[in-house]
Design a protein around this ligand. Structure first.
Ligand code: URA
Length: 247
């Protein structure tokens, strides 16, 4: 993805091109009208809104914060909409916020989150530069139990809308719940991990317009913290993704 530029950067670059052009032609400086540029951030935001049919990450996050669609709203401290960059190379999807995420309103900030950041860094991914991180369910289930089918169904439209706005190049599912939810299957993570699936967006309007997104799953970082023998296969999965990212 190209680095974003401010309007000032673009004006300077245009002036540099003009000066070099003058120099190469005859060395005479010509007066020109100064073009008016916009910051990329503003343009990107507009592009996101068009891609998402007028929706935006901010609107979705605001609605997540107000959401009372399932019983988890009564138990949460803070909902966790997700964080990262727009138009990410990878959309990283976890299960649900844990206790630290619930307190801070950010995804993957506890021990599993630190490991996730290191796993992503090992394949040149990061929530600050080229990923967006979120969960299948945006509020913490009590005692970190699995989200119920009703809770998952109530929350699913938020993830679908985020995907529609984000249009990630790849999807990386962390763990069984994320993989099963995205792939609509009850198959175990041992069989789902390490290979690519074509993810077809849930929104009917997108099915026609948007190409399938390559999706790969691996073990959840919490599982790696519990069982170190899963680290090697998880690393194999990350390398499979890295090989695809490099092509
Ligand atoms: N585990 C998850 O699946 N998501 C988080 O945000 C934190 C821990």
């Amino acid at each position: 993805m190209a680095a974003s530029m401010t309007a000032e950067d673009k004006t300077r670059l245009a002036a540099l091109f003009d000066t070099s052009g003058d120099f190469l032609r005859d060395g005479h400086w010509r007066e020109r009208e100064t073009p008016v540029f916009e910051d990329d951030a503003a343009e990107d935001g507009a592009a996101q809104r068009v891609a998402g049919g007028g929706d935006s990450l901010e609107t979705i996050a605001a609605e997540v914060r107000e959401c009372k669609a399932c019983g988890l709203c009564a138990l949460r401290i803070l909902p966790v909409p997700g964080e990262g960059v727009e138009r990410p190379l990878a959309l990283v999807i976890g299960e649900a916020p844990g206790s630290e995420e619930d307190e801070r309103g950010k995804p993957f900030v506890g021990a599993a989150g630190h490991l996730l950041d290191r796993m992503l860094a090992s394949i040149n991914l990061s929530r600050t530069t080229n990923c967006f991180i979120t969960n299948t369910v945006k509020c913490r289930p009590p005692g970190n139990r699995d989200p119920s089918p009703e809770e998952a169904a109530a929350c699913a439209p938020f993830l679908a809308r985020q995907m529609r706005v984000l249009r990630p190049a790849y999807i990386l599912c962390m763990g069984r719940i994320a993989a099963q939810t995205m792939l609509h299957t009850s198959e175990g993570i041992g069989r789902l991990r390490g290979k690519f699936f074509d993810y077809t967006p849930d929104y009917p309007a997108d099915n026609a317009a948007a190409p399938a997104i390559p999706l790969i799953a691996t073990y959840h970082p919490s599982a790696l913290l519990r069982d170190a023998s899963l680290k090697r296969p998880a690393w194999e999965d990350l390398k499979t993704l890295l090989a695809r990212l490099q092509t």
